[in-house]
Write a protein of this length. Structure first.
Length: 173
């Protein structure tokens, strides 16, 4: 499968080292929901679409319940979900107060990783190929950019930054 890369220019002036330089970002071409996933899974299994939808619909709430019991949840071929938090430090252990010193509770996802020929490889990217986003797909890309082309992270996407090296494919290890 091909993962498309769009070229973007950093326009954050506060970072002199990277300002004005071009970087690659993964181009998101579309979004797939549980309906589409159910269709794909049904093609590759003996399960009916309705049964798959029922399981996928309950997956999020089931993971949430386990995380809220301080369990980590491992899903083979996908990865591990676990709670993490941001906390302020205190000098003395007796002074630590959860209500006062915990600043954020977060969910962390760690993709499943295997060792292949001595290298750690994340299963979700194994076998991926990279290619520069062709210009004719540029208008179809789902973007986090606002109406001015300003992306999250202060990156400007311009048609000029999309050109060159079309069709370059790089195998991932």
């Amino acid at each position: 499968m091909t993962v498309f890369v769009k070229k973007v220019q950093n326009n954050i002036r506060s970072n002199e080292k990277s300002f004005g330089k071009y970087y690659g970002r993964v181009a998101i071409l579309s979004e797939v929901g549980i309906e589409e996933l159910a269709d794909i899974i049904q093609e590759n299994s003996t399960l009916k679409r309705a049964d798959i939808l029922a399981v996928l619909s309950e997956m999020g709430p089931a993971i949430k319940r386990q995380l809220q019991k301080s369990f980590k949840v491992r899903i083979p071929y996908l990865g591990v979900f676990k709670m993490s938090m941001k906390s302020e430090g205190v000098e003395n252990i007796e002074d630590y107060d959860v209500r006062k010193h915990v600043k954020a509770l977060k969910v962390q996802f760690i993709p499943e990783t295997t060792v292949d020929q001595g290298h750690r490889v994340k299963e979700l990217v194994r076998g991926s190929k990279l290619a520069i986003l062709p210009k004719n797909l540029f208008s179809e890309v789902i973007s986090d950019d606002d109406e001015n082309g300003q992306g999250k992270g202060g990156v400007e996407v311009t048609p000029e930054s999309q050109g060159g090296n079309d069709g370059l494919v790089v195998e991932q290890p």
